[in-house]
Design a binder for this molecule. Structure first.
Ligand SMILES: NC(=O)C1=CN([C@@H]2O[C@H](COP(=O)(O)OP(=O)(O)OC[C@H]3O[C@@H](n4cnc5c(N)ncnc54)[C@H](OP(=O)(O)O)[C@@H]3O)[C@@H](O)[C@H]2O)C=CC1
Ligand SMILES: O=C([O-])C1=[NH+]CCC1
Length: 335
């Protein structure tokens, strides 16, 4: 293992995206996003995803030069047509308008459609919480999750990311799939030869299995927490696809693009100015009171703590990377 500096990793990933057809603006956003996941130790959506991005770009399934179209459709509603590009550039394009609406109306819905999301959600919500806002992001993906009691996949792994400001200027963040495990982690388990915990998925015949290959090759994942997670996955389909005009996970059809891996669906963000419920200081004091009770009850760490600790360490010491992976990235950067 060696270590790479965050900025050097961003520069290397930027070269890979540009070499595979991305515009400079899209490459910059995706490179920061993916390097940020690796920096934070978010393995399922860091460098592990680069081969998937590249094979998707080579397949012609996504437009890496897409220019998103931002539509102002109400006092607190912004719609974005990502134009078959990646979601993060569409969100970046909508952000100034959305922030202006939050300042005016106290809240804003951002509804993004025709968008590819292949990443973690916390990068989508953290910047808003750092500006004193509460942010909730919902994304659907590709049909790999069986609805509770069903026998074939309908839902995506449908993550939700939530962030809120804290009293000390920090933020509280959670970000999780609504499946028992993220699809990326099942792929990592197969690569590393690990069994899955019982209750993660079923094989092609609908039988419970702990074999990641059986889940990935014709099987499916289960929602976390039985019917409760299944209900959340359903809600996310409605918010990220029905509300935005994006595709449901079961509508994603990339069969004409062998190698494609990025689901083209939709994303919904809800931004709220907590000061409208009183004052920002009052809100953050209430958040701290809740956190104090959680700690007092024995919760030893908050969601986000592991990532923030990893981030602090890797920014200090560099991001660990194997020589083999670094060589592979250098090779991909040549196009
Ligand atoms: N784009 C897409 O379509 C999809 C993306 N994803 C992404 O995959 C990533 C991983 O998802 P998933 O595997 O479900 O996430 P995890 O189960 O690893 O973590 C979910 C959340 O719980 C927190 N957490 C974990 N363990 C504890 C603990 N013991 N006590 C308190 N909090 C804890 C994590 O904080 P911490 O981060 O600090 O560990 C995180 O905020 C997410 O970033 C998600 O957005 C998933 C599905 C689809
Ligand atoms: O890990 C996951 O479940 C996914 N990540 C991007 C699409 C689905």
């Amino acid at each position: 293992m060696t270590r790479i500096d965050f900025d050097a990793l961003v520069a290397l990933l930027r070269r890979i995206f540009v070499a595979h057809g991305a515009s400079a603006a899209v490459a910059e956003i995706l490179a920061r996003n993916c390097a940020g996941a690796e920096r934070d130790g978010a393995a399922s959506h860091g460098l592990f995803r680069i081969d998937g991005y590249v094979s998707t770009l080579q397949s012609g399934w996504v437009d890496p030069r897409a220019v998103p179209v931002v539509e102002d459709v109400g006092a607190a509603f912004v719609r974005v047509d990502a134009a078959n590009g990646f979601t993060q550039p569409a969100l970046a394009a909508a952000t100034p308008r959305a922030l202006a609406k939050v300042r005016e109306a106290g809240c804003c819905v951002v509804a993004i459609r025709r968008s590819h999301h292949f990443a973690a959600l916390w990068p989508d919500v953290e910047p808003f919480a750092e500006q004193g806002l509460v942010a909730l992001a919902l994304v659907n993906s590709m049909a790999v999750v069986v609805p509770h009691g069903g026998s074939r996949p309908v839902y995506g792994t449908n993550p939700m990311g939530f962030a809120a400001p804290r009293a000390d200027g920090g933020i509280l963040v959670f970000d999780q799939a609504s499946s028992a495990m993220a699809h990326g982690d099942v792929q990592i388990a197969r690569r590393e030869g690990h069994a899955l915990p019982p209750g993660t998925g079923v094989d092609a015949d609908g039988r419970p299995t702990t074999d990641p290959a059986a889940v990935l090759d014709g099987g499916a994942l289960l929602a976390f927490g039985g019917h409760k997670g299944s209900g959340i996955a359903m809600m996310i389909e409605i918010m990220a696809a029905a509300l935005t005009g994006g595709q449901f996970s079961f509508e994603v059809d990339w069969s004409a693009h062998p190698g494609a891996q990025t689901p083209c669906t939709g994303q919904c963000l809800i931004l709220i100015d907590p000061a409208r419920g009183g004052t920002l200081a009052g809100f953050t004091a209430r958040v701290e009171r809740l956190i104090a009770q959680m700690h007092a009850a024995g919760q030893d760490r908050l969601p986000g703590d592991r990532r923030f600790a990893t981030r602090a360490q890797t920014l200090r010491e560099g991001i660990p990377i194997s020589a083999e992976r670094l060589a592979r990235l250098e090779e991909l950067a040549l196009g």
